[in-house]
Design a protein around this ligand. Structure first.
Ligand code: ADP
Ligand code: MG
Length: 238
């Protein structure tokens, strides 16, 4: 669990500025959803938090500690992408335990953490299977399992459901919500799907063109959108 604060974050690629003075405060254990049209800077912001891109100016703090210049592995953050590439030659258990093995954890610790994560994600019976023997939803759960075993303080999701069919998407939404309840970590979840945002978020951050347009609870955004853009975005069908 950790509060996450982003202060005046900007990002430029060469001469192109894609994030302009982003300020966001996330509480301990909050489920925060970043929404906005394609190209507005959601993934870039997530990658700044993860340390996969260097921040241009501004600061990101986790638990009050500035992490903007820390290496990704020192940030206590796990990220789940939309293309969740699993290692094809490793079993589910080996996929999930891989980062622990790299970290030099004992076989006993690896086994325990993988089993705990498998229980949370209902993957117990699948631990000896290979990725090709799994459905899309099961693979997505293994990808989450790989992240969970590392006990991250903050979880980042970048459109994790966009490759799944509509029915599975609805099911995975509630699985991710339960996961959040079980782990109580801070989650930053990116989607361009406003229904997903409205149903999953404690707090929604609406972005456009590298700016934050409004931050609020789903009800606040619905009842009191700050401007026509937010009203149109929240009100329109997926
Ligand atoms: P979103 O995730 O909201 O669709 P992105 O964060 O991927 O948006 O992209 C925001 C803007 O930054 C886009 O205009 C995109 O083309 C640009 N961008 C993203 N990554 C790079 C990069 N590595 N180099 C140059 N431009 C980039
Ligand atoms: Mg993106």
């Amino acid at each position: 669990m950790a509060p996450l604060t982003i202060q005046q974050a900007t990002k430029s690629f060469g001469g192109l500025q894609v994030l302009h003075g982003i300020d966001i405060d996330m509480n301990d254990g909050e489920f925060v959803v970043l929404v906005g049209p394609s190209g507005c800077g959601k993934s870039t912001l997530l990658r700044l938090i993860a340390g996969l891109e260097d921040i241009t100016t501004g600061e990101i703090r986790i638990d009050g500690k500035g992490v903007s210049r820390l290496h990704p592995k020192d940030r206590d953050i796990a990220m789940v992408f939309q293309s969740y590439a699993l290692y094809p030659h490793m079993t589910v258990a080996e996929n999930m335990g891989f980062s622990l093995r790299m970290r030099g954890e004992s076989a006993e610790v690896q086994r325990r953490k993988v089993e705990d994560a498998a229980n949370i994600l209902d993957l117990g019976p699948l631990l000896d299977r290979y990725p090709r023997q799994l459905s899309g939803g099961q693979r997505q759960r293994v990808a989450m399992g790989r992240a969970i075993v590392r006990d991250p303080k903050v979880f980042l999701f970048d459109e994790p459901l966009s490759n799944l069919d509509a029915k599975l998407r609805v099911q995975m939404r509630s699985e991710i919500r339960s996961l959040h309840k079980a782990l109580k970590t801070t989650i930053v979840y990116v989607t361009h799907d406003q229904i997903e945002a409205m149903t999953m978020a404690d707090k929604i951050v609406v972005m456009r063109g590298g700016h934050v347009e409004q931050i609020g609870s789903p009800m606040t955004l619905y009842d009191a959108p700050a401007n026509v853009f937010v009203a149109g975005f929240i009100g329109s069908p997926a």
